[in-house]
Design a protein around this ligand. Structure first.
Ligand SMILES: C[S@@+](CC[C@H](N)C(=O)[O-])C[C@H]1O[C@@H](n2cnc3c(N)ncnc32)[C@H](O)[C@@H]1O
Length: 197
């Protein structure tokens, strides 16, 4: 797929309508699960952008977290999520664009959203993330550790690029090879915890 292809709402919505969701693990991403398991404050304001089928949100709800927001641009997916999480007061499900979303969060979870975006949007992603996080708020999750030979999405990246992108606005609390990736992503991810400066 060409990098210039319009990765807009229609593109993503069609992926869900046609069931072309090869990124979907069918379960919570293991590194995200391990990260969530060591969180003690269940009232953290958590955002999951580009949430897809939201296994991470489901896990947070099952473990008593009370303030979860998921946002995705694909209406067909969001309809499904609204029905899946119907009547649960602890989750807000937003049909919308991450780049125009306005709110404040303590924690944002990253799981194959950054890599799904046109790489030209990476600076905007960092700015938007900074705008959404409270002071000392954290962005935690996984990023690919390499470029791919095939055209994205997913679009890969390198540690050098990430250090340059996030370096001004974030402190790198953890930025290391991921030891517990989902099997088919083994050795291809970095685990990150970036704290807003
Ligand atoms: C590769 S999928 C990953 C979904 C999910 N995080 C997962 O790991 O299964 C990327 C997701 O980002 C959503 N998306 C793309 N651009 C977006 C945007 N600007 N704002 C919100 N969601 C967006 C797509 O609809 C899609 O659900």
């Amino acid at each position: 797929m060409n990098k210039d292809r319009n990765l807009d709402q229609n593109f993503w919505n069609e992926r869900y309508l046609l069931n072309e969701t090869g990124w979907d693990l069918g379960q919570i991403s293991p590194p995200l699960k391990a990260y969530i398991d060591q969180l003690s404050d269940k009232n953290l304001r958590v955002l999951i952008p580009g949430c897809g089928n939201s296994y991470e949100a489901e896990y947070l709800l099952e473990h008593g977290f009370t303030d979860i927001t998921v946002i995705d641009i694909a209406p067909a997916l969001v309809d499904r999520l609204k029905s899946k999480f119907r009547a649960n007061q602890n989750i807000k499900i937003i049909l919308g664009d991450f780049f125009t979303h306005k709110a404040e969060y303590d924690l944002v979870l990253e799981q194959t959203f950054f890599c799904a975006l046109n790489p030209e949007l990476r600076k905007s992603y960092v700015e938007a993330m900074s705008g959404l996080l409270a002071r000392d708020g954290k962005l935690a999750g996984v990023l690919f550790n390499r470029e791919f030979e095939t055209q994205g999405p997913p679009f890969g990246g390198t540690d050098t690029e990430y250090l340059a992108l996030f370096g001004d606005g974030f402190k790198f609390k953890i930025f290391e090879p991921c030891y517990n990736s989902f099997s088919k992503r083994a050795d291809s991810e970095l685990f990150i915890i970036l704290e807003k400066k």
